[in-house]
Design a protein around this ligand. Structure first.
Ligand code: NAI
Ligand code: MG
Length: 323
């Protein structure tokens, strides 16, 4: 398995080495190679991500990705959006698990309000919200299949009461859920977001459009104690990229305060994708063991640094190997 590693900016170069070391401990057979994209590269070379970088990412079996800071360039197109488009990573999978709840947020990742079709006029700016039959069908099918596998329930997050584009999205999700024989309901995204926070145990798989999924998944961080804990997978038919939900957190970058759990859990999702379910479970067990010893980063009320937490995690994994 060839893994491209993009550390990125801000806390990326602090949390990704922890995740990579965990992967190396479990899978010494994996081959890692670095790819540099992001603000740091832009500041040095004037280009945040070039065609060679995209080619390098495409050459990998999977990608482990930190986070990147948005460069201060008015004509700049989000690098992550570009990567998601070029690699056609259409399904953004964001699990949110805690005491008594296990939610899988599945966000359409290539269209909607992040279609990239936008322009500025004298007295207004426009962004086109594109919802296609093809785009909706493949994400609906992906989500229905996940719900089916979990013998669960599919909630379709939408705003069809206001947006015609979501009437289409909802319609196709209902078709796919019905075809898959999955129980479903549809809910308006604003009320749904509050209800997920108030009654998380009532939710299983939630499918929604791009921006709504972005907001819903960050808000769901409230259920688990913050953004430092949430992993994600960006999955397409040929490529897959794993990254924490959080960004580059410039406010704490370089201070050894970042929580590496989101990045480490993203590497567990990578293992799961690679078919190594056992490895993914080992990672979650090691995280639980370290937290049980009271070792926590400041966002979780502790005093451990990123590196100390990483060392403890690595030791917990080594301890698992002993008979
Ligand atoms: P952010 O997620 O970087 O930070 C939000 C807040 O959460 C900050 O107070 C930060 O300190 C805290 N936080 C985030 N991750 C943490 C961790 N692992 N441990 C402890 N605390 C953590 O979002 P923000 O501030 O809106 O964006 C900062 C930069 O990141 C921007 O340039 C933005 O464009 C970029 N960004 C990049 C993403 C990506 O590459 N996937 C995703 C989201 C934002
Ligand atoms: Mg976000």
């Amino acid at each position: 398995m060839k893994v491209a590693v993009v550390e990125g900016d801000g806390i990326g170069p602090e949390v990704i080495p922890v995740a990579r070391r965990v992967l190396e401990a479990i899978r010494p057979d994996f081959e890692f190679f670095p790819v540099e994209v992001g603000y740091g590269k832009w500041a040095r070379t004037g280009c945040a991500c070039d065609a060679d970088d995209i080619a390098a990412l495409k050459s990998a079996d999977t990608i482990l990705f930190g986070a990147i800071t948005t460069p201060p360039d008015p004509d700049y197109l989000s690098i992550l959006l570009r990567i998601r488009h070029e690699l056609d990573l259409y399904a953004n999978v964001r699990p949110v698990r805690g005491e008594g709840f296990d939610i899988l947020i599945i966000r359409e990742n290539t269209e909607g309000l992040y279609s990239g079709i936008e322009w500025r006029e004298e007295d207004r700016a426009c962004t086109v919200r594109v919802i296609t039959v093809k785009g909706s069908r493949r994400i609906a099918r992906f989500a229905a299949e996940r719900a089916q596998r979990r013998e669960g329930h599919l909630t379709i997050g939408n705003k069809a009461n206001v947006l015609k584009s979501d009437v289409l999205f909802r319609e196709i999700c209902i078709e796919e859920a019905t075809d898959a024989g999955v129980k479903w309901d549809a809910a308006f995204i604003d009320a749904l977001t509050l209800d997920v926070l108030m009654h998380p145990a009532q939710y299983d798989v939630i499918v929604t459009t791009n921006l709504f999924g972005d907001i819903l998944s960050d808000a769901a961080g409230y259920l688990v104690g913050g953004l430092g804990l949430l992993p994600s997978a960006n999955i397409g038919d040929r490529h897959a990229l794993f990254e924490p939900v959080h960004g580059s957190a410039p406010d704490i970058a370089g201070t050894d305060r970042a929580n590496p759990i989101a990045a480490v859990r993203s590497s567990a999702m990578l293992l799961d994708y690679a078919g190594d379910r056992e490895g993914a479970v080992r990672i979650e067990t090691a995280i639980r063991d370290v937290l049980a010893r009271g070792i926590r980063t400041p966002d979780m009320g502790g005093r451990a640094g990123t590196r100390t937490f990483g060392d403890a995690l690595w030791q917990a994994l080594q301890a698992q190997k002993q008979p």
